[in-house]
Design a protein around this ligand. Structure first.
Ligand SMILES: Nc1ncnc2c1ncn2[C@@H]1O[C@H](COP(=O)(O)OP(=O)(O)OP(=O)(O)O)[C@@H](O)[C@H]1O
Ligand SMILES: O=P(O)(O)OC[C@H]1O[C@H](OP(=O)(O)OP(=O)(O)O)[C@H](O)[C@@H]1O
Length: 207
């Protein structure tokens, strides 16, 4: 049996839709219950529903064979998992943003983000030394109230930036969700996993 860690939240619906398009008969309880472990015996599969940032942890520890995770999450923490497939869902990008015209503080430049590793690598590569301030959400607030000069965050429609009077300054990376696998499980269950990959690959929307 294959165990798949699914990200709750905004990726979930698109991921379920993709699996259904690939002909996986997911029961209604998938979208209609609060259950966190859902067995689909007809497919010899078990799904666990986790926070998006935690999916990689379940897969790395081998309690899930496979998982679906945003490229942003995979970039932020180097984990011992393989990326098998770009699912082309939940498309967005990572960007640097700030108040229009506002310069970085020359003495103590600060960047607020939910992605401290991505942000510090990016600014280091630009040759800029900045202090990274980690926040858990509402990142756009930071420049508005003077906590930071810049933010590094996800941009999708651009609405949150716009409605808060911020502008995108630099694009860091494109983000879509990926199918990831535990390396040991891949060696053990290669055949089953390849069949799943083939079924998904056949229905992935073209970029
Ligand atoms: N507009 C968006 N904002 C944030 N994440 C997005 C967006 N569009 C797609 N994504 C993808 O969705 C994932 C985040 O999903 P979600 O917002 O449900 O989780 P979360 O922010 O970790 O959870 P929570 O808000 O409950 O802390 C990201 O890792 C990213 O890959
Ligand atoms: O470009 P947009 O379509 O406006 O989407 C981008 C926003 O969505 C995410 O926040 P989320 O809704 O996850 O809330 P959060 O601030 O709690 O992270 C992200 O952190 C941005 O704030």
């Amino acid at each position: 049996m294959l165990t798949i860690a699914m990200p709750k939240g905004r990726i979930f619906e698109e991921a379920v839709e993709l699996l259904r398009r690939a002909d996986y008969a997911l029961p209604p309880e998938f979208t209609e219950s609060r259950k966190l472990v859902i067995d689909v015996p007809e497919e010899n599969m078990r799904f666990i529903l986790a926070k998006p940032m935690d999916v990689v942890t379940y897969v790395e520890h081998g309690v899930a064979d496979l998982g679906i995770a945003g490229k942003d999450v995979l970039m932020e923490e180097e984990r011992d998992v393989y990326e098998l497939l770009d699912l082309q869902i939940s498309r967005c990008h990572l960007a640097v943003a700030g108040l229009p015209g506002a310069k970085m503080n020359e003495i103590a430049p600060r960047v607020a983000t939910k992605y401290p590793n991505i942000a510090s690598t990016y600014f280091r590569e630009q040759g800029e030394q900045v202090e990274i301030i980690r926040l858990n959400g509402s990142i756009e607030l930071a420049p508005l109230i003077g906590l930071a000069d810049r933010i590094v965050d996800i941009v999708s429609t651009g609405r949150t930036l716009r409605e808060n009077g911020l502008v995108e300054l630099e694009r860091i990376a494109e983000v879509t969700s990926r199918l990831i696998v535990n390396p040991a499980s891949y060696r053990l269950n290669g055949g089953d996993i390849e069949r799943l990959v083939d079924r998904l690959a056949a229905v992935i929307p073209q970029p």
